[in-house]
Design a binder for this molecule. Structure first.
Ligand code: ADP
Length: 600
């Protein structure tokens, strides 16, 4: 219990640590909320005093006699409400500032994280954390925290008040309240753990939902159902289980609580009857008893609020933890003193790397050299480690062992800006962002003139794409504009890379775009891009690697063979076998195409 309280306090403190000097408004707001709760209680006190006066004076009730206390009751209500509004204004100032700071810190930190982080984190989860989780902490600080102070202060003040007015009835009420809450509190002991699991299940389901929506085209194409996405289905089942567990957990305690609450009046009436013979004034005791009976259920509802508040704190804690996970994610190692490469040989020695969530090394003890201007190709089985090697050269992740050098400088000592300046990548899953075609290409070099863009488009063989656009280069792509095919998108990405004109090119050859026209154009565009550059190529078609200066065959995270096409064919090893299979498949394809031609 102690430990949990400490954790709760520290979460509030940690949240406030993001508010700078504005955090003090939270404390002021909390204090004002406590004051407002006490002031509002005076409304009840004066209503009671007025009612008591009226009942005791009955039937000679005079307005003049009742008016002062009635006015005090009304004033207490108005002043209490005004103080509460001031409290909320203070907590909102601080909550908005903290949410803004958390979002800014989160976004800034994301910019420092290795690109590889985004593969593992899931964009759905990141969006939810930065938007919804931070929104939750804002709601907590702005509303629930001041209400929580009120919720704690009110029952304490009420119990004191009940004792002050009539200690015997006060004692009776106190016993009644404890009797109502005891079973509830005992049974709900583990609700916090359940809540934590519920929040995790909700998070996992939201994350998978985004991946599911992304995969809808695939599901539709293959006539699948939601069951094609087993992970999503599993997260829905887990969520269902957690919701049902939470509801079941509440069932008995809530029934008991409500039943005991309903019986409280009986308990008080019996207690009151027991006290009657000893009362100095029967009428006064009866009037007090009526008030206690009417007031007590309200008091219980106030205490109930405290219970809900602890859940709200739990939710805020989990939301903050999600934000902290982003803020604590390890950025790439940043050198204190950076060096700028002036030549562009790439040299990898003894490179070993394991993905954060991986169980084995994705690449192990990989060494190779690509001299400036050379083309080095990686071929081999799927999952062998080709993309990982290229990701490491691009600094998506830090290598665990060994080093990668560009122009003799370890890439860990090259600034991110220099890395991005000197390297272009064209990967298979290239994306164009919403904007004009010109903006998309100019991303490669924002200062390029229209002529330079046009030249790049010409070299990337994109003229036919531009020609069919309704507004030429100014045509908007993406939602609300035109959509380009996968092959066309890749050619535009190549144009972008040509415009960037960086000395190192990382290429992942397209396999998805099999229409022969696009494929041919892409090959020619890639050849233009690769001219006079240091090129690292992941090749899926062996025909494209024949002219590479060196081909590395990758398998199981290791380089298993290296050499030129001729060397490797002469070795008659893995590559030669792959090449023979490839040529056989290619001949078969040609034969099938020829047959199709004859039949047509
Ligand atoms: P290739 O490009 O040769 O197909 P990869 O480099 O993509 O191979 O993958 C090498 C190994 O690393 C595989 O076992 C793959 O499952 C694993 N891997 C790739 N990406 C990730 C990732 N983001 N997280 C964990 N493991 C990964």
């Amino acid at each position: 219990m102690e430990q949990k309280k400490e954790k709760k306090d520290s979460t509030i403190k940690k949240l406030l640590s993001h508010g700078g000097k504005h955090s003090k408004f939270t404390y002021i707001g909390m204090a004002l909320s406590g004051v407002s709760a006490i002031v509002v209680l005076f409304t009840i006190v004066y209503v009671w005093v007025t009612a008591k006066e009226a009942l005791l004076a009955y039937p000679n009730i005079s307005f003049e006699q009742l008016a002062p206390n009635a006015i005090l009751a009304l004033s207490a209500a108005i002043v209490g409400a005004l103080i509460y509004i001031a409290a909320l204004m203070c907590t909102h100032i601080s909550a908005f500032r903290i949410a803004r700071n958390l979002r800014t810190e989160g976004m800034k930190h994301l910019m420092k994280l290795p690109l590889g982080y985004f593969d593992g984190a899931g964009s759905g989860k990141l969006r939810r954390t930065l938007s919804e989780n931070i929104g939750d902490t804002e709601g907590f600080l702005a509303h629930q925290l001041p209400d929580m102070v009120g919720a704690y202060v009110t029952p304490i003040a009420v119990i004191v008040m009940l004792f002050v007015f009539d200690w015997r009835l006060g004692l009776l009420s106190f016993v009644g309240i404890i009797a109502c809450f005891l079973p509830y509190a005992m049974m709900m002991g583990n609700s916090r753990d359940n809540m934590e699991l519920y929040m995790k299940a909700l998070d996992a389901m939201n994350n998978e939902a985004v991946e599911y929506v992304r995969g809808v085209p695939v599901i539709k194409t293959f006539g699948g159902s939601i069951f094609s996405f087993k992970k999503f289905n599993d997260t829905i089942d887990e969520y269902k289980k957690r919701v049902s567990l939470i509801c079941q957990g509440y069932r008995l305690p809530m029934i008991l609580f409500q039943a005991l609450l309903a019986s409280l009046s009986f308990f008080m009436i019996y207690g009151g009857i027991f006290m009657l013979p000893k009362a100095e004034s029967t009428l006064e005791l009866l009037v007090d008893l009526v008030f206690y009976i009417l007031f007590l259920p309200t008091c219980n509802t106030m205490i109930m609020k405290v219970m809900w508040m602890s859940e709200a704190t739990g939710k805020a804690e989990l939301s903050y933890q999600a934000v902290k996970q982003i803020l604590d994610a390890k950025p790439l190692s940043y050198p204190e003193i950076t060096q700028t490469p002036t030549s562009f040989d790439i040299e990898a020695s003894g490179v070993t790397f394991q993905y954060p969530n991986g169980k084995v090394n994705a690449v192990e003890n990989v060494s190779f050299t690509a001299k400036q201007g050379q083309t080095i190709a990686f071929v081999g089985e799927s999952g062998g480690g080709k993309s990982t090697i290229v990701s490491l050269i691009a600094s998506f992740f830090d290598v665990a062992e060994g080093s990668i050098k560009i122009g003799g400088i370890d890439i860990r000592n090259i600034s991110e800006a220099d890395m991005m300046k000197h390297i272009s990548f064209v990967f298979q899953n290239t994306k164009l962002y919403k904007g004009s075609l010109l903006d998309n290409i100019r991303e490669g070099n924002p200062n390029a003139t229209t002529e330079e863009v046009e030249r790049a488009l010409q070299q990337a063989r994109c003229e036919d794409i531009v020609a069919k656009m309704p507004n030429g280069l100014n045509t908007k792509v993406g939602t609300g504009g035109v959509f380009l095919s996968g092959g066309e998108t890749q050619r535009i990405a190549i144009a972008r890379a040509i415009l960037k004109d960086s000395p190192i090119i990382l290429l992942d050859e397209a396999t998805a775009f099999t229409d022969p026209e696009n494929e041919h154009e892409i090959q020619l565009a890639m050849a233009s891009l690769a001219k006079d550059k240091t090129v690292i190529l992941i090749a899926h078609r062996l025909s494209t690697v024949k002219n590479a200066d060196c081909i590395h065959v990758i398998g199981g995270g290791h380089i298993i063979e290296s050499g030129t096409h001729e060397d490797l064919m002469a070795q008659n090893g893995e590559y030669a076998e792959m090449f023979q299979e490839y040529t056989a498949a290619f001949d078969w394809k040609k034969l099938a195409e020829r047959n199709q031609g004859v039949m047509a």
